[in-house]
Design a protein around this ligand. Structure first.
Ligand SMILES: CCCCCCCCCC(=O)SCCNC(=O)CCNC(=O)[C@H](O)C(C)(C)COP(=O)(O)OP(=O)(O)OC[C@H]1O[C@@H](n2cnc3c(N)ncnc32)[C@H](O)[C@@H]1OP(=O)(O)O
Length: 189
């Protein structure tokens, strides 16, 4: 079945300026915040995505689907898969720009069912930037780096000031993020 996919990025973009201190290829990333639903190691019900820097400005993330992630019997819930991609795309942006950014728009194509027990190998890549807008996309391969693509996602992240998190979230957000970051000397060269 053919699918009409709109142009991407949808606007003229510049290359994304990767931060000179972005982690080297092969570096294991995250959790960027121990209480993050997507990657945190202190969230029993979290997705626990594990990410690694790849070559050519990519980030590779793995997400294993458990019984807690079901929608239909034996199959992953679609919204939860979108959450996993939000995390993987956010890591692709955040670790490479080293600037705070939030998801403005996220679109997901579900191409194959994702069974409980399977692992998605998600490869996120930076597609370009226009002002504060960062365009990023990812493919999710089923059960192997070169497995069939089960999901595709595209997102717009918007760079924000750090005050975004203290104003709208927790007044101690910066201290909490900093404390999580201090546990990761590999990310603070
Ligand atoms: C290492 C770190 C790893 C981190 C991983 C974390 C992964 C998880 C990431 C998340 O889930 S973040 C949480 C979910 N997202 C939010 O809660 C964001 C809520 N939305 C907002 O706070 C604001 O709407 C937002 C900051 C996105 C934008 O508000 P602003 O007032 O700062 O900017 P503005 O509205 O002027 O938009 C800036 C540009 O983006 C464009 N834009 C914003 N939202 C858009 C949208 N939905 N679609 C298309 N364009 C959009 C907007 O048109 C504009 O384009 P131009 O510069 O060309 O004028």
């Amino acid at each position: 079945m053919s699918r009409n996919v709109p142009d991407w990025p949808p606007v003229d973009v510049e290359p994304v300026p990767v931060h000179p201190k972005a982690p080297q290829a092969g570096t294991k990333l995250g959790p960027h915040y121990s209480e993050c639903f997507g990657c945190g190691d202190e969230v029993p019900t979290g997705l626990r995505l594990q990410s690694t820097m790849g070559d050519e400005h990519t980030v590779h993330s793995q997400f294993t689907v458990t019984a807690a992630h079901q929608g239909a019997p034996g199959l992953a819930h679609g919204g939860l898969l979108a959450a996993a991609f939000d995390e993987a795309l956010g890591a692709t942006v955040g670790y490479q720009l080293r600037k705070p950014a939030v998801t403005g728009r996220l679109e997901t194509d579900f191409l194959r069912p994702v069974p409980v027990g399977s692992t998605l190998f998600i490869v996120g890549k930076l597609d370009g930037m226009a002002g504060r807008k960062v365009y990023v996309s990812a493919n999710g391969h089923l059960d192997a780096e070169d497995g069939p693509i089960a999901l595709r996602a595209r997102a717009l992240f918007v760079i924000v000031a750090v005050e975004h998190f203290t104003t709208h979230g927790d007044k101690d957000a910066i201290a909490k993020l900093s404390a999580s970051s201090q546990k990761r000397p590999d990310l603070n060269p």
